[in-house]
Design a protein around this ligand. Structure first.
Ligand SMILES: Nc1ncnc2c1ncn2[C@@H]1O[C@H](COP(=O)(O)OP(=O)(O)OP(=O)(O)O)[C@@H](O)[C@H]1O
Length: 497
């Protein structure tokens, strides 16, 4: 006689469970059980205790490391100031986010050009560096209440002072990154990977940042975004000159270590000279954009003492260009007011108001005033350079090199003297291409313009303005030829004085 079957899988119970209706019944029972449990927990356990338990569980799972893993915490603040490594990780990690990453933050600040991307900490970011696998987690501090806006503060901020929030803004709460990796790579991570994150951050920052232009007012700097459209591509420069300038800038950049080694401040000085409208200011913009340096526009006529000058130069930031335009005019302003006041008989044309103005200007200067002259400034130059940090480029401009104080022209004072001159054929081709979309040699009228430019001194500014008016290349070139032919060829110059 065959014994009864003991195969459990043949039992009717499991046969029934296999049917869709039984699965649905089980699912429904479990869901109702969970809902009841949740209601009980919500009713019986107060919110703050629940939040505490959840945060403990979260931090347990986030911080859980297998035995061989090391975790480094990168806090947002260190000793009350922003931790640069936290900022670096914040900028660096979005470059490591792959397309599979599902949850990101995006935004754009009011005065910035770039769209910002940040990861929100819902997924870890994996990185790989020289064969090491690294995992980054963002842990956002959640136990501070979201800041409440106080409408009174917004309406009358001056009565309430800053900040505009009644509680600490969220950005000031201490978030942190946790970086984990296998402990056998500890030394390499500390010595190579972290410096790599920091240097990548510096590069990203330099590439993305919005350039600023600063002008001096009331002894300080006022800054605004630097959106000038000029660049090396838009400049009508002789291609050889362009290459000489960019090579020099590149060399300057590459040689930071050598400057340090020979004990010279890492700075460079350029004197740009040439008639008005030949592109000196445009070249400064092009250099600033090429290097991604801010511009500090220093008006010497507002400086009344060497110490004021030193103070304001100390307030310039690294990676910046300090521009002193029309250096010859600055000399005139200072010397003329001083001379007129001291030697009124030599200035018979000066009316009494101007004389009084000069006198007041002199009297208004500080005790150091008499010591401040352009020539004094130039002689003081090396000291100035040493006093205002590194990564600086000084650019002086003048329309009249022959009027510039010889102290400025002395060898070694300015590293390069760059002449910007009238428009000639090669540079004109750049203007024609930019303004009229004419490719280098592809217009029958170009040669005629070239010939005229050989004979006439005309500024790029005048030609650029002319080309801007015409939309049709034929018409624009024809009228340009007419203009050039009509210019005073015997004089051979555009009248720019
Ligand atoms: N080389 C150039 N290439 C292209 N555009 C130029 C060039 N030079 C001048 N321009 C045009 O002329 C305008 C004035 O030029 P810019 O201010 O750069 O000349 P500048 O030599 O600095 O004159 P100034 O000595 O009067 O300050 C520029 O905005 C630009 O449109």
């Amino acid at each position: 006689m065959r014994s009864p079957s003991i195969n459990p899988f043949s039992s009717s119970l499991f046969t029934n469970i296999g049917s869709p209706s039984s699965w649905f019944t089980i699912y429904a029972s479990i869901s109702s059980f969970i809902m009841i449990l949740r209601t009980i927990i919500n009713d019986l356990i107060p919110l703050n205790i629940r939040t505490y338990i959840i945060s403990k569980l979260q931090s347990f799972f986030i911080n859980y490391q297998p035995n061989n893993q090391v975790s480094l915490q990168v806090d947002q603040y260190w000793d009350g100031t922003t931790n640069n490594l936290f900022q670096a990780a914040k900028e660096y990690l979005p470059t490591k986010i792959s397309k599979t990453y599902k949850s990101l933050k995006v935004g754009k600040l009011l005065n910035e050009n770039n769209i910002l991307v940040a990861f929100d900490g819902k997924q870890p970011v994996m990185d790989e560096f020289e064969g090491i696998n690294l995992k980054w987690m963002l842990i956002e501090k959640t136990n501070n209440p979201t800041p409440l806006r106080n409408p009174n503060v917004e309406q009358y901020p001056e009565m309430f002072g800053h900040p505009m929030y009644t509680s600490k803004p969220k950005e000031l709460e201490g978030n942190r990154f946790v970086l984990s990796f296998d402990e056998k790579h500890r030394d390499k991570v500390m010595e190579k990977y972290i410096p790599h994150v920091l240097s990548t951050y510096e590069t990203i920052k330099a590439e993305n940042r919005t350039l600023k232009i600063h002008s001096c007012r009331d002894g300080g700097w006022r800054s605004s975004n630097f959106d000038h459209p000029a660049s090396f591509d838009s400049l009508a420069l002789d291609p050889d000159l362009r290459k000489t300038i960019t090579d020099d800038l590149d060399r300057f950049f590459r040689r930071k270590k050598i400057y340090n080694k020979v004990g010279k401040p890492w700075k460079r000085g350029y004197l740009l000279y040439g008639p008005p409208g030949t592109g000196k200011s445009s070249l400064i913009v092009a250099i600033a954009k090429y290097l991604k340096f801010d511009v500090f526009d220093l008006d010497l006529s507002t400086m009344f003492s060497n110490s004021a000058l030193t103070t304001i130069l100390r307030r310039t930031s690294n990676r910046s260009i300090i521009v002193i335009e029309d250096i010859d005019c600055n000399k005139e302003v200072l010397d003329r007011s001083k001379s007129a006041y001291m030697y009124p008989d030599m200035y018979p044309d000066m009316d009494s108001g101007a004389y009084m103005g000069a006198k007041v200007a002199m009297a208004g200067r500080s005790a150091n005033a008499e010591k401040f002259t352009l020539s004094g400034l130039l002689n003081y130059m090396d000291g100035l350079w040493a006093s205002c940090g590194e990564e600086r480029i000084f650019i002086f401009t003048t329309n009249h090199k022959d009027r510039v104080d010889p102290a400025l022209l002395r060898p070694g004072r300015m590293d390069m003297h760059i002449e910007l001159s009238f428009l000639k054929a090669k540079a004109f081709r750049i203007l024609a291409s930019n303004y009229l979309d004419i490719e280098e040699h592809h217009h029958p009228l170009l040669e005629q313009v070239d010939e005229l430019l050989e004979k006439i001194d005309v500024t790029p500014a005048l030609v650029a303005e002319h080309l801007l008016r015409g939309e049709d290349a034929d018409v624009a070139l024809k009228t340009l030829i007419k203009l050039l032919q009509g210019m005073d060829i015997s004089k051979g110059n555009e009248d720019y004085s």
